[in-house]
Design a protein around this ligand. Structure first.
Ligand code: OAD
Length: 229
């Protein structure tokens, strides 16, 4: 029985990383158009680099929480495939021992817009950073901005079409295509479960909704899945 999991900012909230749309969230303090679009980067690249430097610095001190560890345990111990897809640009799933598909990229990576090379971003990126491959000074954070196509979509589609169980954790169901994954998985015959602090915008599309903080609901759900395995 293949499990496909989608995570969002809520899974990292209890590691001290703010979500986007909750009270006090990132998009209540920053203008998304200015810091998370290709147009914003073209207008004021310095501001965008600073924004991701700030987020990278915050994340550098963060530790994975019980939800990240429970998902890593599920990937390690479950007898069938567990595909983990995340919208998060932090590396807390990896820090907990998981392998995750980062559909919105990773702020720990830099990318050259001239030759497309990727490398580990320094803690503080600068527009003057040179590409290790082609020496151009055309660097940007390797994250997906609004108006850009998320990464790994063919691989993700394949996972959704072969899922028996689809689980969304800590995501508000606001941003597509991720918000449409529940419909895709349902169409492919999967059972669907949402684990979230509050019902998401697409909660009505799930077979089951379990509400509560991820550090409580995720370990409990993983225990249940592994017991039934
Ligand atoms: P949001 O901030 O939109 O939603 C976070 C969700 O997590 C909400 O539904 C909360 O109820 C839930 N939540 C908060 N704390 C939680 C906790 N302790 N345990 C469980 N759930 C909790 O974040 P995302 O849905 O991840 O994209 O946002 C999707 C995308 O929008 C992001 O990847 C980012 C953003 O703009 C880009 O920047 C392209």
């Amino acid at each position: 029985m293949k499990i496909v999991i989608l995570t969002g900012a809520g899974v990292s909230a209890e590691s001290g990383l703010g979500t986007f749309r909750d009270k006090g969230g990132v998009w209540t303090k920053y203008d998304l158009q200015e810091v998370a679009t290709p147009e914003g980067f073209a207008r004021n690249p310095e501001k965008v680099i600073d924004f991701y430097n700030m987020r990278r610095r915050n994340a550098a001190g963060a530790k994975p929480n019980a939800a990240h560890f429970a998902l890593a345990r599920l990937q390690a111990e479950y007898r069938h495939e567990v595909a983990l897809i995340t919208q998060n640009v932090d590396s807390l799933h990896e820090a907990a021992g998981s392998e995750a598909i980062h559909m919105h990229g990773a702020h720990g990576q830099a990318r050259c817009t001239t030759c497309d090379a990727r490398w580990t971003a320094p803690l503080v990126m600068s527009l003057e950073d040179t590409c290790p491959e082609c020496s151009a000074t055309t660097t940007r954070p390797d994250v997906v901005w609004f108006g850009e196509v998320p990464l790994y979509l063919p691989e993700i589609a394949e996972h959704l079409h072969t899922a028996d169980l689809f689980v969304a954790i800590g995501t508000s169901g606001t941003v597509y295509p991720a918000a449409g994954f529940v419909a895709e998985a349902t169409g492919a015959g999967a059972r669907t479960v949402e684990l979230n602090l509050e019902p998401s915008n697409v909660a009505g599309q799930f077979d089951d909704v379990i509400l509560g903080p991820a550090t409580e609901t995720v370990p409990a759900w993983v225990d249940q899945v592994l017991q039934a395995d």
